[in-house]
Design a protein around this ligand. Structure first.
Ligand code: FAD
Length: 398
């Protein structure tokens, strides 16, 4: 196997495969290597519906081998070090891989260990998370089994992938409790380290109304720091602006945790990182700010937008156009304006399709008010978007 490729892509997830497919289509003689340790590729957006019992977890996974485009080589290994001065990276198996052009897309790291007691508690006695493929079906098991008590849904104080996912599962659970006739016996709590329900006002207005109408208890400025499964207690730091931080302990019967997240360690400690540890790219061109032969997209980048697959769908064509221009010695002219989307599931058959740009301005696709809950948008998420993902986006077509 060659130890030098014209283009090396780090990560064969949403961003890596989408870019690889677009490049493979555009180049007459592609010489692309994708470094990806996992033999499975996940469509993570559907995990929300798996946790809500409306999709199977098997339907969200496909073999990685079937997604590698013709003209690309899959190197089943993990990158451990970037050496951009030498145009080289080092892998876990000790391989030194040279490149002319590098695309970085290794995703975000889930820091389960940063919450005391969580790793041991996950998947047992009411503690669950849609953010883990291994445990996502437990979420539904625990929601379905709950007849009374308190169900808490948390959101951490770090960036997360899909900022809406921590509350989507809460809305599904709330709807299920009503349908099962147990809603009056269950307190539904959204405990978030943030200050409000959603960042963009247009959609936040709808969600705030739903909070009132559906009797959801919101506890903002609450950051989960520990889980005590023996006593079924969740421990939070409450740190409201202008007030001294205090510890708050809440009993739970169901605890859905969104773990803290951050840049992968090997990215954070690399010369490619910004001060916060994310890959440091220009927010319009997606080219690295210091190493012009490096590009990045997706969750590991420091693009100041919400980290979603939908954002990557708009980032990938821009990155590819600017990379091809750079390879031809021309300045890149494609511009990314920060588009991202959050299909906010607000119940079974209900969805608010939030779409917005860097400035938080709505950037909607459909000619109707997307801040309204709609069944059509739920069907879009459940049926159309997965098909578009597997057959369009990952094939470099949509
Ligand atoms: P990923 O797709 O996570 O891929 C990263 C890849 O890099 C992985 O395959 C990994 O194995 C690989 N990798 C890791 N370390 C290394 C290494 N050292 N070397 C080489 N490769 C490595 N998005 C939406 O658009 N809409 C939604 O409704 C939505 N809902 C979501 C709900 C949940 C519960 C979750 C978890 C996510 C959701 N997302 C949603 C977010 C979306 O899935 C991610 O934003 C997207 O997959 C990020 O793509 P990525 O390529 O940056 O990272």
């Amino acid at each position: 196997m060659s130890n030098h490729h014209k283009i090396v892509i780090v990560g064969g997830g949403t961003g890596g495969i989408t870019v690889a497919s677009r490049l493979a289509r555009a180049l007459a003689q592609p010489d692309i290597a994708i470094v990806e340790p996992s033999d499975r590729h996940y469509y993570q957006p559907l995990w929300t519906l798996v946790g809500g019992g409306a999709a199977t977890k098997e339907s969200t996974v496909r073999p990685e081998s079937g997604l590698i485009p013709r003209g690309a080589t899959w190197i089943r290994d993990a990158v451990v070090e970037f050496q951009p001065e030498q145009r080289r990276l080092v892998t876990r198996d000790g391989r030194r891989l040279g490149y002319d052009w590098l695309v970085v897309a290794p995703g975000i790291q889930l820091d389960w260990h940063k919450i005391d007691g969580l790793s041991a508690a996950l998947g047992r006695d009411g503690v669950c998370s849609n953010y883990s493929f291994d445990f996502v079906d437990r979420t539904w098991e625990f929601i379905r089994g709950l007849r009374q008590g308190r169900a808490i849904f948390t959101m951490p104080n770090t960036p997360v992938k899909c900022g809406g996912a921590p509350q989507k599962i809460m809305w599904l659970a709330e709807h299920h409790f009503r349908r099962a006739g147990v809603r009056d016996a269950i307190e539904v709590v959204f405990a978030s380290a943030g200050a409000k329900i959603f960042a963009v006002k247009k959609y936040a207005d709808t969600l705030e109304r739903l909070v009132r109408e559906r009797d959801v208890v919101t506890r903002f400025h609450h950051n989960l720091i520990a889980v005590r499964p023996a006593s079924r207690e969740a421990v939070f730091t409450r740190a409201a602006p202008g007030q001294a931080a205090e510890e708050v302990v809440l009993k739970y019967d169901l605890l859905h945790v969104t773990p803290p997240m951050g840049p992968p360690d090997f990215v954070r400690t690399s010369p490619l990182a910004d001060a916060n540890g994310w890959i440091d790219v220009d927010k319009h061109s997606l080219q690295h700010r210091r190493f012009s032969d490096v590009f990045a997209l997706g969750d590991a980048s420091n693009l100041p937008t919400s980290k979603t697959g939908a954002a990557i769908r708009k980032q990938a064509p821009v990155l590819v156009a600017n990379l091809l221009a750079a390879m031809a010695g021309r300045p890149g002219e494609a511009v990314y304006h920060g588009y991202t989307s959050c299909p906010l599931v607000t119940g079974y058959g209900r969805l608010v399709l939030a779409e917005f740009d860097y400035d938080g301005n709505p950037a909607e696709t459909f000619p109707f008010d997307q801040a309204k809950e709609r069944r059509s948008m739920y069907l879009l998420k459940k049926y159309a978007l997965p098909q578009m993902y597997w057959h369009g986006m990952l094939r470099g077509r949509a």
